[in-house]
Ligand binder design. Structure first.
Ligand SMILES: Nc1ncnc2c1ncn2[C@@H]1O[C@H](COP(=O)(O)OP(=O)(O)OP(=O)(O)O)[C@@H](O)[C@H]1O
Length: 570
């Protein structure tokens, strides 16, 4: 309220009325000659405020207009009672109920907003709120986000325990100021809530990329805290390891691993050879309460059958020829921590029975010993085989299969991870050259095409080897297709070999299907390249050829690292 040269704040009742005037009976006294004794009444009912002129001498004006009778007030309205000014602020009135959008409409709205980002060169932030364990329904959590959100902000479902918030016009730094209070208001209801913020245009210009990016950074945020995307956006720091996670399926997989980590149930990881199963197992360990205890790996395929048992259970001195000293087995050494059984399908049947008993009873007996020892085990197992088929073929015990597969996750093969491929290739190239004390060359578009076309039966491990080879061959500033091993080159026109069958899983699509967004991106990349070639490297002309706004074309061309023939000639 501003009267003469003084101003003051007058809190209003949440529900009720307030008479304003100069007379003794007024609840809000205003000592100004232009104000009548009983000038106006302000009432707040069900969150709506109204002002009523009580037949005052000088009347009531709202935003400069004289009112007759009563009028609803909105936040920011300026009310004049004679010469006294009141500015109405709604800060303490609950905001209107916010809609919780489903995933698909939210994605559509994000796509619309991204068009605006491109057209008007605006910013947009996407916030992933990973809620962690909570029994509170999503709708209630959305209410708890409260008045911190603007009307234009949108909230939607990101998954069973995740909310996504779109903050148009806000850069990542501006979003940080909005997200911090959000976390504070959610904390009493979801104590382990974590937030990840990704921002257009720098982190991506399509809905899938931005949502994945926000979810990927949320994975690395501390409990109750937030992380903002940066240049190392897709590097998931897991203690002593760092894993690249950029494709939607991988982000979802690591979110699931993080959720599974807190409980002691076994996790079974399906995935092709070299796809990163050990890293996934490490993630479970790293995020679990056992992180400070040992993480022990046994590759069941690498040991002869005769040694597996003593390796797992340990042996007393003299238990068999060669057992010169008593030795604890891996189950004992992993007690309190995590035991990773790689290629578990290769475990001999006789050992499977013993392992099941050890897991059920949490007790083991060393070979040649009669004493039982108590252990505290968490098992993560992995296989490239379909374990259910191994059970049918009677090569794997059904009861152990049930025990190990309390939760099953499927690691997608590298050929189904189009976003990670270039990131991993660049990272491995850099790693190889840093070791040699050289700076890494840029990977040419043609070389990247060759990498994209390869089916990668050996997955990430094969890519790592290829980039190490290329690092020794490419000595200039550009890594060309010719620097890649011959095994990757196919004569033009030859069909790619059919990709090896992938492990069927409950929550991944069959091998022949891929997320449509990935296919669209690949088509876009190809068409943009062809248009650029046809236009001799002139971007304006290339953009016209495929009917894409020039600004969009330029932006995407930079992201895809498209070559520019004309620029190169110049
Ligand atoms: N997402 C990733 N980011 C960075 N490096 C990775 C990633 N995935 C795998 N690697 C690297 O690729 C190599 C193979 O990964 P890993 O050993 O985890 O695969 P695997 O599926 O367990 O293999 P195998 O089937 O032979 O047991 C390792 O050097 C690993 O660090």
């Amino acid at each position: 309220m501003m009267a003469g040269s003084s101003s003051s704040m007058v809190p209003l009742p949440r529900d009720g009325t307030l008479t304003i005037g100069r007379g003794a009976g007024a609840e809000l006294l205003v000592q100004d000659a232009s104000v009548s004794r009983r000038h106006a009444r302000l009432s707040v009912v069900d969150g709506e405020a109204r002002i009523t002129d009580l037949d005052s001498h000088n009347g009531v004006r709202v935003n400069g207009e004289h009112i007759s009778g009563e009028q609803v007030l909105r936040g920011g309205d300026v009310v004049m009672l004679g010469d006294v000014t009141l500015v109405f602020q709604r800060r303490d009135i609950p905001p209107p109920q916010r809609l919780l959008l489903d995933a698909a409409p939210l994605r559509d709205r994000l796509a619309e907003e991204l068009e605006r980002v491109l057209r008007y060169e605006r910013a947009l932030s996407v916030v992933a709120l990973a809620l962690g364990p909570t029994n509170v329904p999503l709708e209630e959590l959305v209410r708890a986000l409260g008045g911190g959100l603007r009307l234009m902000d949108l909230v939607g479902r990101g998954g069973p325990t995740q909310l996504l918030v779109l903050l148009p016009e806000l850069t990542a730094e501006e979003a940080e100021e909005v997200v911090q209070p959000m976390l504070e208001s959610l904390a009493p209801l979801a104590p382990e809530v974590r937030a990840g913020v990704a921002c257009a245009p720098q982190d991506g210009l399509d809905a899938d990329t931005l949502i994945s990016a926000a979810r990927a950074v949320a994975l690395t945020a501390p409990s109750g805290g937030l992380r903002i995307s940066g240049p190392d956006l897709y590097q998931l720091a897991l203690g002593e390891r760092s894993v690249m996670v950029a494709d939607e399926a991988m982000v979802r997989l690591f979110e699931l691993l993080r959720r599974l980590a807190s409980s002691p149930i076994p996790v079974l990881i399906h995935g092709e050879t070299g796809a990163g199963k050990e890293n996934a197992a490490w993630a479970v360990h790293h995020w679990s309460p056992r992180a400070q205890r040992p993480f022990i790996t046994l590759n069941c395929a690498a040991l002869p059958e005769s040694l597996v048992e003593s390796e797992l259970f340990g042996a007393e001195r003299g238990a068999f020829s060669g057992a010169v000293a008593s030795r604890a087995g891996l189950l004992e050494r992993a007690s309190g921590g995590t035991l990773f059984l790689d290629e578990v399908a290769e475990l001999p049947l006789s050992v499977q029975a013993k392992l099941l008993r050890a897991l059920d009873q949490q007790r083991i007996t060393r070979l040649g010993d009669s004493r039982e020892r108590t252990v505290d085990l968490r098992i993560v197992a992995a296989t490239h085989r379909v374990l259910a088929d191994e059970v049918k073929a009677q090569r794997f015990r059904q009861d152990l299969f049930f025990r190990l597969s309390a939760s099953v996750v499927v690691l997608p093969p590298l050929r189904n991870r189009p976003r990670e491929l270039p990131l991993l290739a660049t990272r491995f190239l850099q790693e190889a050259l840093t070791r040699a004390g050289r700076t890494a060359p840029r990977i040419s578009a043609a070389a990247m095409d060759v990498l994209r076309a390869h089916p990668w039966p050996g997955n990430v491990r094969e890519l790592k080897n290829v980039m190490e080879y290329a690092a020794t061959v490419a000595t200039g500033p550009l890594l060309e297709a010719s620097h890649l091993p011959d095994s990757l080159q196919r004569p033009p026109g030859e069909e790619a070999p059919p990709p090896p069958a992938v492990v069927p899983a409950q929550d991944t699509a069959p091998a022949s299907f891929r997320p449509i967004a990935e296919e669209v991106r690949e088509l876009e990349y190809r068409r943009m390249r062809e248009a650029l070639e046809a236009a001799g490297g002139v971007q304006t002309r290339a953009a016209q050829l495929i009917g894409m706004p020039l600004r969009t074309f330029k932006f995407k061309a930079r992201r895809y690292q498209l070559p520019r023939p004309r620029a190169a000639r110049e």
